[in-house]
Design a protein around this ligand. Structure first.
Ligand code: 5AD
Ligand code: SF4
Ligand code: FES
Length: 365
């Protein structure tokens, strides 16, 4: 390569060719990327981590993504749907523990009764926390009017990963049918952004058939789309899914982990003021995986507050951490873990995306 990593980082020349080179760096050079990203993070969003108490409210799903352990056709998944009362208890725990926000996540269900149930829950969450809790939802593809109703009921952030911005790869990891349509997913993301949500997306890293060019394009996709938040995690194979068949094509799991850290670091450099989550899947590979992500640019962590008895069943991938714990165990553990990174915890703060706040000020929302 004619230009060195130092030159690329200094000049800020993140052409596709350069990104691909950065993604392939070895240990010495990748540490340069990580150090640079850490500086950008400190300057732009500060050395501070915000909590989003994660409630995995149901693992019932009407879709059949080829990679996911809770896909509809997986007969081995033990299905559950937490009662509203238990969800609200988890919310109370998050509020009392001064987590600034919660995330409601579930498999994808679209029905008038589900829409109504979520709207009611959102209003109850706002009420029981005196409007102190921020609310992110991650409930898949829904009609525009449903997104609107939930926005008006109190949700202000939405996570919908694009999974891969390359339609060809998208259809290798999803069935090619109306229920898994790439254009529909893009349309949903647009609709969320238009309604005024802080909009989050992300991809899986290290998928079978995925190239470095795909990953570079994913970063450009997020930049072009002008997202406010990102959650990116390594792909972890699950034996009860169709994609497991291609496990021999995968790079070693440690390499998927490192590649995810590089993606996080590069996204922090490219989109300086967005919120980036340290995905839980990182910790399925490395016991201090999320802390490593915080060190290289992530500023959001999602401690699991799902009641203990359900945790083991929300298995999107194998080796998911914190499945034997109760929420209170994670609080102590997390505080110690973040302490080690040297970052502060934004207790009781929403920690909204600074990028979003600037977009509003510039009248782009
Ligand atoms: N490995 C890693 N991430 C996964 N997800 C689903 N299945 C897997 C897996 N096997 C991610 C998807 C989805 C999010 C909720 O979990 O990116 O958007
Ligand atoms: Fe359902 Fe989401 Fe899993 Fe796809 S990734 S099967 S939509 S829970
Ligand atoms: Fe859940 Fe450590 S964060 S047990």
């Amino acid at each position: 390569m004619s230009t060195t990593i130092d030159e690329i980082l200094q000049q800020g020349d993140f052409s596709k060719k350069n990104i691909i080179a950065l993604l392939q760096t070895d240990k010495i050079d990748r540490n340069k990327i990580f150090t640079h990203a850490a500086k950008v993070k400190e300057k732009q969003v500060g050395k501070k981590v915000y909590y989003r108490g994660l409630i995995e409210m149901s693992n019932i799903c009407s879709k059949n993504c080829y990679y996911c352990g809770i896909r509809m056709d997986n007969k081995n998944a033990d299905r559950y749907d937490i009662s509203d009362a238990d969800i609200l208890d988890a919310v109370k725990f998050a509020h009392e523990s001064k987590y600034g926000s919660i995330v409601l996540q579930a498999g994808e269900i679209s029905s008038p009764s589900f829409t109504k149930r979520i709207s009611k829950l959102l209003k109850q969450i706002k009420e029981l926390s005196n409007n102190e809790l921020g609310i992110t939802i991650s409930l898949g593809e829904q009609p525009d009017e449903v997104y609107r109703e939930w926005f008006e009921s109190g949700a202000h952030r939405y996570l919908l990963r694009i999974e891969s911005s390359n339609p060809d790869l998208y259809y290798k990891i999803h069935p090619k049918n109306k229920k898994h349509d790439f254009e529909t997913r893009l349309g949903c993301l647009k609709s969320l952004q238009n309604i005024g949500y802080q909009t989050g997306t992300g991809v899986m890293v290290g998928l079978p058939f995925q190239t470095y060019e795909d990953l570079a394009n994913d970063l450009f996709f997020m930049k072009d789309f002008d997202i406010d938040m990102c959650g990116m995690g390594p792909y972890i194979e699950h034996k009860d899914t169709p994609l497991y068949e291609y496990k021999d094509l995968l790079m070693p799991i440690e390499d998927r982990f490192t590649l995810t850290l590089k993606m996080i670091a590069l996204l922090r450099i490219l989109m300086k003021d967005i919120n980036i989550a340290a995905a839980t899947a990182l910790q399925a590979i490395d016991p201090i995986g999320r802390e490593k992500a915080i060190k290289v640019g992530a500023n959001i962590i999602m401690p699991n507050v799902t009641p203990g008895m359900y945790r083991d069943s929300y298995k999107l991938y194998e080796n998911k951490p914190c499945t034997d714990e109760e929420a209170a165990d994670c609080t102590n553990c997390m505080e110690m873990r973040i302490g080690i990174t040297g970052d502060d915890i934004g207790y009781g703060e929403w920690g909204d995306s600074k990028h979003y706040i600037k977009r509003i000020q510039h009248g782009l929302v």
